[in-house]
Design a binder for this molecule. Structure first.
Ligand SMILES: C[S@@+](CC[C@H](N)C(=O)[O-])C[C@H]1O[C@@H](n2cnc3c(N)ncnc32)[C@H](O)[C@@H]1O
Length: 205
């Protein structure tokens, strides 16, 4: 079992209180804001990549997105996501898929009208390699808002990978929105300046 899978297995039950609330982790809200800029064009289910305990999905649902599915490698994190409810008391997620995004996943092509991710494209987690598989499950015209830790974006070659995908006509030229990972003044000073690029683009084929 990979270290991060073990970590999330132990952390799942307390992740929302111990990490999200105490650290001022806010980037999950920023990726939702970025995706919902294109809300008029998102007519169908949204896929939450590395959904964890489901905090991205919960904000999407509470902002009017009707169908959200999630995928994650950690069963305990998915267990928490399964319990998540909207403010109206409905389950946040329609389907939750347990799978490793570095492998082919058992999901048909062209399934999603939106792709979203927070906290998953970062050091020790996912590099750019799973992007092909992620584009595959999106509809033509699907909008994406994928958060990538800035230092990881540069070190792992996200720019190069996205440039190839643009050149090949798979995605539109991405807009990179740089945001803070944490709310200022809430968490640990050491991470106060951690930043994320939100990659916003459309899947074209
Ligand atoms: C920091 S958490 C982010 C969870 C959630 N999106 C959030 O913003 O709170 C990263 C998530 O990525 C998942 N993950 C890491 N590697 C993965 C992989 N290879 N396939 C699927 N999920 C993975 C972890 O299990 C974990 O739930």
């Amino acid at each position: 079992m990979a270290t991060s899978t073990r970590l999330y297995g132990e952390w799942a039950e307390t992740y929302d209180e111990d990490f999200v609330a105490r650290s001022g982790y806010v980037v999950y809200r920023r990726v939702v804001d970025a995706l919902l800029q294109h809300r008029e064009q998102i007519n169908g289910p949204v896929f939450d990549i590395g959904c964890g305990t489901g905090i991205v999905g919960a904000v999407l649902r509470d902002n009017g997105v009707e169908i959200v599915d999630g995928i994650d490698i950690s069963q305990p994190m998915l267990g928490e996501a399964k319990k998540k409810q909207t403010v109206r008391g409905d389950a946040v997620f329609r389907h939750l898929v347990a799978a490793d995004l570095t492998q082919r996943v058992d999901i048909p092509d062209n399934r999603y009208a939106g792709l979203i991710s927070a906290g998953t494209f970062t050091h020790g987690h996912l590099g750019p390699e799973p992007l092909d598989e992620i584009w595959r499950v999106a509809n033509i015209g699907a909008w994406c808002a994928i958060g990538v830790r800035t230092t990881h974006y540069l070190a792992a070659g996200f720019g190069e990978k996205l440039a190839v995908d643009v050149r090949e006509g798979t995605i539109s030229e991405p807009n990179l929105i740089e945001v803070h990972m944490y709310s200022p003044g809430v968490g640990d000073e050491e991470h106060a300046d951690d930043k994320v690029f939100i990659v916003v683009c459309q899947v074209l084929r």
